[in-house]
Design a protein around this ligand. Structure first.
Ligand SMILES: C[S@@+](CC[C@H](N)C(=O)[O-])C[C@H]1O[C@@H](n2cnc3c(N)ncnc32)[C@H](O)[C@@H]1O
Length: 248
């Protein structure tokens, strides 16, 4: 998927993003906003890959000063349409590189979005960019799934999601175990059309993310299985990890 760039996700999903994730998002958004607001402690906040403002807008509504970095102008256009959306400063650019004036007490990168950076090198640069923007007491929070390939056979998985009289939707995922990437095609096929929505990501286990943090001069302060701060165990499907400057 060589053509899959930093702006591809937004170009493909901006129109449907808020609707697509509406149901699962409601409790997830609520829980993440609660915990992030506590961690911010009233300080300045930066969201990497702010998207349509799902998390940033409720945080700003609590009186926090929120900034964002986002690769996709299409996603930011959706943010701007929402109440309060035009008041959030957003730097359009790659979260692994883009600079924002000042430092922040809380920087967060949620909803598996670290995996949208499709090489290890870009993910390391992203940790370094977050570290560069952290205040002395600042925290960098990363939330993502723990990769799970239990449904894959020979490095691939095909899964149907719905079928009716006229059409069906299914997803093909092809894993590269060395690059740690998965190329997805989400396909809706009907009698007279086929629609393809690609997705491409690089996965990393929690231990590799911790190593990236170390390379950026950070250390892990907390790791929970979810936003409710439930204990992280070998069976956890996801993790919310808090990093801070090493030795502080
Ligand atoms: C799954 S969405 C998450 C959006 C938002 N953080 C949320 O939780 O709803 C992924 C977002 O990452 C953005 N994105 C992907 N690669 C990026 C990059 N390299 N730099 C900045 N944003 C990026 C996409 O445009 C999209 O808005």
């Amino acid at each position: 998927m060589k053509e899959y760039g930093t702006r591809t996700f937004g170009e493909l999903y901006a129109e449907r993003y808020d609707v697509m994730y509406e149901d699962p998002m409601v409790t997830e958004t609520h829980d993440s906003v609660e915990t992030l607001a506590e961690l911010a402690g009233g300080g300045k906040v930066l969201e990497l890959a702010i998207g349509t403002g799902r998390v940033a807008l409720p945080l700003a509504a609590r009186g926090l000063t929120v900034h964002g970095i986002e690769a996709s102008e299409a996603m930011v256009a959706k943010l701007r349409e929402k109440p309060g959306g035009s008041a959030i400063p957003v730097e359009i650019g790659d979260m692994a590189e883009a600079r924002v004036e000042g430092t922040f007490d809380l920087i967060y990168l949620v909803f598996n979005t670290i995996f949208n950076l499709t090489t290890q090198e870009a993910q390391v640069r992203c940790f370094k960019n977050a570290a560069r923007h952290l205040s002395a007491r600042g925290m960098f929070v990363v939330e993502t799934v723990v990769p799970d390939f239990s449904e894959y056979v020979d490095g691939q998985r095909m899964k149907g999601s719905w079928a009716n009289m006229d059409a069906a939707r299914f997803e093909i995922a092809i894993q590269d175990r060395v690059a740690q990437t998965v190329a997805f095609q989400r396909i809706v096929i009907s009698e007279d059309s086929t629609r393809m929505v690609p997705h491409f990501m690089r996965y990393a286990w929690p231990s590799e993310l911790d190593l990236m943090a170390q390379l950026a001069g950070l250390e892990r302060r907390d790791r929970w299985a979810w936003w409710d701060r439930s204990p992280f165990t070998a069976d956890s499907k996801s993790h919310v990890t808090v990093y801070a400057r090493a030795g502080q």
